[in-house]
Design a protein around this ligand. Structure first.
Ligand code: VG1
Ligand code: CO
Length: 575
């Protein structure tokens, strides 16, 4: 270690000047960020210069504002995070960055990064995660850049980063810089001609907990969990949320320790998909079925997704979760003080929140898939609460979706209404009607036939003759096509246009079918099929979703010839 240790794990100062060097590199194809950053197999990131190229391109995209700046760095603790943190430190030092705020051991949840960027006014942050994708040497890694607002970089920036990766010839690095991120404290280094570079290793959890305490009434939540013995079961799926869950739910809110499971972050998430849905969080579903707990929740690898279950594993769809929270925001102190601006959802998300927005006379927005599309609206003060059907819920307290926030929001509603999860949702349906929703994922299919399926489908549904087409089902219900399109979004703030965001088939009764190819997979193609149907009828709203949506799904499969193109007779995941 270059440098002297002042006290224990505290401040270290390196007096020796370290030299940056320029390393010649080769271009790698395909470093195009997808829905949420660059996600590829670990093996690709491990190739010589691969990670360095991408990190240098991020810094190059920042232009002259990079010199003297501060960046936040951290990730979900998956395999290759440590190496990537080390590379980022060395490259940032060489490129004139003045300071890095790094989570201890490189650990920071995605919402925590967003908070740190905002709180300490940094130029942005680099998030090391492939989110819900499996981890380990044979699985995925990812790098995402977040801008100074705390949100994922918009496409104008990620496109620029991608362009830079296509022409990169060299990167700058301080190879001799040895920096340990295992101890909290400040380390400073002298680079080249006496330039000071600081790495401040921070507690991964502290600032996030402070933020949650500002937003929620922890006393009331502690009362619910500890005094009123409202039993919860929180599953971190061996992702990054473990330490956050321990601190918040056990230490602050008084939940018994064994009501939190899988809270030790693992580099391979214990060999599972860290994806909180009914398939990959089956252990939570099973534990909830016993009836021992009143609320169950699971988070993904990087802590921005959440799944909420009620007593006996009553499943709350993310679209309903968003709408229920939207209908009860007044019981969360943050919204009492800051007011409630508009609501928003991603296009495939069911329209339950639309009805709440209308009821409460709030502005409403429908954006493409991906959290980056909510940022401008929040920055412009027009959006308070938003969500995605993919288990993402969040508010303008940061610029990422936030899994733990969502659970605290639910607990706030429960404490306030003094009702069960199931009763809250059913009361909501009774008032607003129910937006039945399901998503079928066909993971890791061959790319070429899936692309063909999408183009043939688009041609079919945008043909003027498609409007008015009728599809009758064996159940005697007929769906008549209102219109079909490929979703295009114009950002109301910066007027940027994002097209081809998903093929939509909308029927006369408001039912919808949506087809998209995933932008977060690391290889091949994942087809997502979304189906939504709205019902107000009391005889229908309490029926099982699978039953109500079955005819619509059959139409969807027939219309797209999905089994033929994917070679699959059933999806890998149904939510
Ligand atoms: C998926 C979800 C999308 C979400 C994105 C990132 O994208 O559908 O709603 O924003 O993952 O979530 P895609 O392109 O695969 O459908 V996370 O938790 O990976 O940061
Ligand atoms: Co995630």
């Amino acid at each position: 270690m270059r440098g002297s240790r002042e006290s224990g794990c505290g401040m270290r100062v390196s007096n020796m000047a370290l030299k940056s060097i320029q390393v010649k590199t080769v271009v790698y194809d395909g470093q195009k960020p997808g829905t949420s950053g660059l996600r590829k197999a670990v093996k690709l990131f491990q190739q010589q210069h691969y990670t360095e190229n991408f990190v240098q391109s991020i810094l190059n995209a920042l232009g002259s504002s990079l010199v003297g700046s501060t960046l936040v760095v951290g990730g979900d603790g998956r395999y290759f995070c440590k190496q990537a943190v080390d590379i980022i430190i060395k490259i940032a030092a060489a490129n004139g960055v003045s300071k890095l705020l790094v989570g201890q051991n490189g650990i920071l949840s995605t919402p925590a990064v967003s908070n740190l960027i905002r709180k300490y006014n940094t130029i942005g942050g680099i998030v090391l995660t492939a989110s819900h994708n499996p981890g380990g040497p044979d699985n995925d890694f990812g790098i995402k850049f977040n801008i100074s607002s705390g949100g994922p970089a918009p496409e104008s920036i990620t496109d620029n980063i991608y362009e830079l990766t296509k022409s990169i010839q060299s990167y700058k690095i301080v190879n001799d810089l040895k920096c340990s991120v295992s101890c909290i404290g400040k380390q400073t280094f002298q680079i080249d001609n006496g330039r000071t570079f600081t790495v401040q290793v921070i507690d991964s959890v502290e600032d996030y907990v402070i933020l949650m305490k500002e937003i929620f009434n922890f006393e009331a939540l502690n009362n619910l969990i500890k005094e009123r013995r409202f039993s919860i079961l929180i599953n971190s799926m061996h992702g990054v949320t473990g330490p956050y869950v321990r601190k918040i739910f056990v230490e602050e809110l008084g939940a018994p320790e064994n009501n939190t499971i899988n809270i030790v972050p693992k580099e391979d998430f214990g060999g599972h998909h860290p994806d909180p849905n009914l398939t990959y969080a089956a252990d939570l579903v099973k534990a909830m079925q016993t009836g021992e707990y009143k609320l169950g929740a699971a988070f993904d690898g990087d802590g921005d997704r959440n799944m909420i279950l009620g007593h006996k594993a009553f499943f709350v769809t993310p679209s309903d979760s968003l709408a229920v929270l939207g209908a009860h925001l007044e019981c969360i102190p943050y919204f009492k003080y800051n007011g409630v601006k508009g609501f928003a959802r991603s296009m495939p998300t069911a329209g339950a929140i639309d009805l709440v927005a209308r009821d409460k006379n709030k502005e409403f927005f429908e954006v493409p898939t991906g959290w980056k599309f909510f940022g401008n609206l929040m920055d412009a003060g027009r959006l308070s609460l938003c969500g995605e059907e993919s288990f993402g819920t969040g508010s303008n307290h940061i610029r990422e979706k936030d899994g733990i926030w969502a659970v605290l929001a639910w607990l706030s509603v429960i404490a306030h209404l003094n009702q069960s999860v199931e009763d809250i949702v059913k009361t909501h349906w009774a008032k607003y009607g129910r937006n039945f929703f399901t998503r079928y994922d066909y993971e890791n299919c061959e790319a070429a036939p899936c692309n063909k399926m999408m183009s043939e489908l688009e041609a079919k549904i945008t043909n003027p003759g498609f409007i008015g087409q009728e599809y009758s089902t064996s159940k005697g219900k007929t769906y008549k096509v209102k219109y079909g399109d490929n979703f295009e979004y114009t950002d109301p703030i910066d007027c940027s246009i994002t097209s081809k965001q998903g093929i939509r088939v909308v029927f006369e009764d408001g039912s919808r079918l949506i087809y998209r190819l995933s932008g977060t997979g690391s290889s091949g193609a994942t087809v997502r099929l979304y189906a939504e149907s709205y019902e107000k009828d009391y005889n229908v709203i309490y029926q099982p979703a699978a039953k109500v949506l079955e005819p619509l799904i059959n139409i969807a499969l027939e219309l797209s010839k999905l089994p033929k193109f994917t070679g699959r007779n059933s999806p890998t995941v149904i939510t």
